[in-house]
Ligand binder design. Structure first.
Ligand SMILES: Nc1nc2c(ncn2[C@@H]2O[C@H](COP(=O)(O)OP(=O)(O)OP(=O)(O)O)[C@@H](O)[C@H]2O)c(=O)[nH]1
Ligand SMILES: [Mg+2]
Length: 320
């Protein structure tokens, strides 16, 4: 049994265990196809911008990118940590230093909901510099840059392209964005995001590693919405969220869900919250039509609140 410590008179878990240790396998056809298209188009690209979610700065970066696209060796490579508005700002310096040690010199922190935020503003300049500094840059007359934007699903690749377009060209969205993973389904044509220098960005589908073998990493990826919720289960994601919040001593969920006190029991939490807030569903049984607590939609509301930052800015990885 996992170790527990008392907080607010309640025993809280110090480790998370799931009954079902099934690994997450989610590699739909569009991801495999996207990866092949990316490989084919890489030749004409001057720089690769990898977007990741700042709430999981270490978890889930796809090893296939390194393997199939040869990022570090072939092209100038910038790592963008997006959604900083949702991540703990205290982790930023540690993330930067961690990646510097790994040989990734450029880590840029962005909030793509704000085209005029400092990170977004710096991208074109840093891309131009990285290309000019690269050994392979021999086209001295060339003033147009072609950049491929890659990353796992739902981290904000398309949002970054739209934010840069809004920032430098004052133009509206050119590529579709959505709260669910798997919105961009194929490698798109180049989209102009800046006039001077001329910078063209290529949007790509989010590609996850085909097998996620580490259960806790899978849960973090799910909580950050990079995997479709139903593949893991809303109740399991909600349980992991509860465990993490309690571990941090963050009990903002009590007020948000209308509970009396913190709890470490997800079933109690979901049932109480559903009853208190009238989040019920109709069921038909031998007595006719009745209502019962809607556990899954309550779990989904709890998870959505985390993703909107209701419980504060939280980074899920421990950065060494
Ligand atoms: N809070 C916050 N939300 C963001 C940010 N950037 C993007 N989002 C949201 O994240 C979700 C995913 O954005 P997309 O741009 O579609 O992500 P993507 O990486 O292109 O996703 P796929 O095409 O599905 O791989 C959308 O709901 C965006 O509004 C950010 O910096 N902060
Ligand atoms: Mg997209």
């Amino acid at each position: 049994m996992a170790a527990q410590v008392a907080r607010h008179g309640v025993l809280m878990r110090q480790a998370f265990s799931v009954a079902n240790h099934e690994l997450i396998n989610w590699f739909p056809g569009h991801m495999a196809k996207g990866l092949t298209q990316m490989q084919q188009k890489l030749k004409g690209v001057d720089c690769v911008v990898e977007v990741h979610d700042a709430r999981i700065p270490l978890s889930g970066r796809n090893p296939l990118f390194e393997k199939r696209l040869g990022l570090a060796t072939l092209k100038p490579h910038l790592l963008v940590m997006n959604k900083v508005d949702l991540a703990d700002p205290r982790c930023r310096q540690d993330v930067k230093e961690y990646y510097e040690k790994q040989g990734v010199p450029q880590v840029i922190f962005t909030n793509c909901k704000e085209p005029n935020s400092p990170g977004v503003k710096s991208i074109v300049r840093k891309v131009s510099r990285a290309i000019k500094d690269s050994e392979r840059y021999s086209r001295s007359e060339e003033t147009s840059y072609s950049v491929m934007v890659i990353g796992i699903p739902n981290v904000g690749k398309s949002s970054l392209i739209n934010a840069l377009r809004a920032r430098h060209l004052g133009r509206s969205k050119a590529t579709r964005v959505g709260a669910m993973p798997g919105i961009t389904q194929s490698v798109l044509e180049k989209i102009k995001v800046c006039e001077d220098p001329k910078v063209y960005l290529m949007d790509t589908p989010g590609v996850l590693a085909p097998r996620i073998t580490n259960v806790e990493m899978g849960l973090k990826l799910a909580l950050a919405a990079t995997i479709k919720d139903h593949l893991v289960g809303e109740d399991i994601i909600a349980d992991y969220l509860l465990y993490r919040l309690n571990l941090m001593g963050n009990h903002k969920y009590v007020k948000f869900l209308g509970l009396d006190a913190p709890t470490d029991n997800i079933q109690d939490l979901l049932i109480s919250a559903a009853v208190r807030n009238n989040w019920l569903r109709r069921v038909r049984d031998h007595r006719g039509i009745n209502t019962c607590p809607d556990i899954i939609s309550t779990a989904a509301r709890f998870i959505r609140a985390f993703r909107m930052g209701v419980f504060g800015r939280i980074t899920l990885d421990d950065v060494p």
